[in-house]
Design a protein around this ligand. Structure first.
Ligand SMILES: Cc1cc2nc3c(=O)[nH]c(=O)nc-3n(C[C@H](O)[C@H](O)[C@H](O)COP(=O)(O)O)c2cc1C
Length: 147
């Protein structure tokens, strides 16, 4: 049994809905979760062992969606060292934008730079073509297997 902090970057709610569903599936698989709809940088940066599932929608010109803008700014400015963190990223976007999934890709890169361990490869969900629930449910199996 693991505890998973689910960090959510959303503006219009799609990613929040997706994160809720993934949380339910993790709980059904015997894990515990905490959903962070507006992730608090100080609260999460404890330096203790942790597992993050980052569900990140891109907005603007490849920016993080509103609910995680503050967190992303601090992550970029403070460049923390997070060797005890294990994580995975689900990047949500729309391939009609040149900056497709840019925020999720940025998050993945920054956590790598922080020395965190990526549990499974980043999932990218294209809202223009994909079925988000199906795709994320399939991916979650490999995430759970890696815990
Ligand atoms: C104003 C606006 C800007 C967007 N910019 C991007 C972008 O730069 N890159 C991308 O991949 N998707 C972009 N998208 C698509 C969103 O990521 C997509 O609609 C997603 O489902 C929004 O998730 P949310 O409802 O959780 O905020 C944009 C959408 C809007 C409405």
């Amino acid at each position: 049994m693991s505890h998973i902090d689910i960090l959510v970057a959303t503006t219009s709610g799609n990613t929040e809905y997706l994160a809720d569903q993934l949380s339910d599936q993790l709980i059904a698989a015997g894990h515990t979760t905490e959903l962070h709809y507006e992730p608090d940088y100080q609260q999460l940066m404890t330096g203790d062992p942790a597992i993050w599932l980052c569900c990140i929608a891109s907005h603007g010109a490849g920016d993080y969606a509103d609910s995680m803008l503050d967190f992303a700014e601090q992550l970029s400015a403070q460049q923390p060292h997070l060797p005890l963190l294990r994580y995975a990223v689900i990047a949500v976007g729309d391939s009609n934008y040149d900056t497709y999934c840019a925020a999720g890709r940025d998050c993945d890169e920054r956590l790598q730079q922080a020395g965190a361990t990526r549990l499974v490869s980043r999932l990218e969900i294209d809202m223009a073509t994909d079925d988000p629930e199906q795709k994320s449910t399939d991916w979650l199996r490999s995430f759970i297997a890696a815990l």
